[in-house]
Design a protein around this ligand. Structure first.
Ligand SMILES: Nc1nc2c(ncn2[C@@H]2O[C@H](COP(=O)(O)OP(=O)(O)OP(=O)(O)O)[C@@H](O)[C@H]2O)c(=O)[nH]1
Ligand SMILES: [Mg+2]
Length: 308
């Protein structure tokens, strides 16, 4: 059989579970996940090759009204993530902290659907987090509310957490494959370089550990990332990273009392890095301040956050 491929973009508000869904589909974590909004900052590809068919998923930042230049870059990444794709998947939360009805759909989702219409994209609706729904009847109300605004190709309620319903989505996505050579090797799972993935693993720990506005103003830059043999002749990955934050007060919080917070973040990140590469790792972290970096395009570029 000739090779086929399908490019599918995953769009939605922040925190609805777009990255969780992509990771579940791939069976591997390629995009970081957290309970804080705006976790994903760039377009991230996830690749699933099943014999002659290659699916390329594009995980995008949560759609929101930007408050700084980084946010503007993120919205550009959403827009370009919707270009040259075979279909879009709009992910919505089955259990938001407000009641969904036809007159109460978040503005961000309506704006995304307008973009989908303007680009004449085919779009599927995924209602995520159904594991949190005690009354499954609510799914019908959600479907009614969203289908008022768009003629979706399919509606799939699922749980990216448990995996319930994910295979139904994959079955639906089969419709969008087209004869085409594969763009990636069958063994590839993402387009992200290993160095970026390691920086992201560290940022994920910062997101999980810190609160309020501190984690949002953080960027992680890998200064060193290499493999060497230790004294016993075993391979070890050496990671040296700088955590940039926006204020001196934030720097103090990231370091913690006697360096306790930084140590905790380093240990958590080392665990993930060792699991991912299957060998030992050493993680050294520094914290520096770059005031208002989220409004400085040069720094946004240095941190690799303008891939749109
Ligand atoms: N209970 C439950 N939680 C979920 C599910 N999917 C995602 N979550 C949680 O929802 C939160 C947000 O998940 P993400 O995958 O980071 O969401 P996102 O849409 O990629 O968010 P941004 O990158 O900020 O736009 C995390 O705490 C996830 O663990 C689900 O199916 N059920
Ligand atoms: Mg995400």
């Amino acid at each position: 059989m000739a090779q086929q491929s399908a490019f599918i973009t995953i769009i939605g508000r922040a925190n609805v579970g777009k990255s969780s869904l992509m990771n579940k589909i791939l069976g591997q974590k390629v995009a970081i996940v957290s309970d804080k909004p705006q976790t994903t900052r760039t377009r991230i590809m996830g690749i699933l090759t099943k014999e002659e068919t290659q699916y390329v998923f594009i995980d995008t930042p949560g759609f929101h009204k930007p408050h700084n230049l980084l946010g503007t870059n993120m919205i550009k990444a959403v827009d370009s993530g919707m270009s040259d794709v075979d279909a879009a998947v709009l992910v919505v939360d089955a259990c938001p902290d407000f009641t969904i009805d036809e007159d109460n759909i978040p503005a961000a989702e309506l704006a995304l659907l307008e973009s989908v219409k303007a680009k004449k994209l085919k779009c599927l609706l995924v209602i995520n987090k159904i594991d949190l729904l005690t009354d499954k009847e609510k799914i019908l109300d959600i479907i009614k509310a969203y289908t008022k605004y768009f003629d979706f190709e399919a509606v799939v309620p699922l749980s990216a957490k448990s995996g319930d319903g994910v295979c139904i989505l994959l079955k639906e996505l089969e419709k969008y494959k087209k004869p085409s050579p594969h763009y990636f090797d069958a063994s590839d799972v993402t387009d992200q370089p290993e160095k970026v993935m390691v920086a992201e693993m560290i940022r994920e720990k910062l997101l999980l550990t810190l609160s309020k506005e501190v984690p949002h103003g953080i960027a992680v830059d890998l200064e060193k990332f290499y493999e060497r043999d230790n004294a016993a002749g075993e391979p070890i990955i050496e990671v040296e990273a700088v955590i940039y934050c926006e204020k001196d007060t934030h720097k103090g919080i990231v370091i913690g009392k006697g360096g306790s917070m930084l140590k905790k973040i380093g240990t958590m990140a080392r665990y993930d890095i060792e699991k991912f590469f299957g060998i030992k790792a050493s993680v050294k972290l520094w914290v520096k301040v770059k005031e208002d970096w989220r409004n400085r395009q040069g720094l946004i570029h240095t941190f690799g956050l303008d891939n749109n």
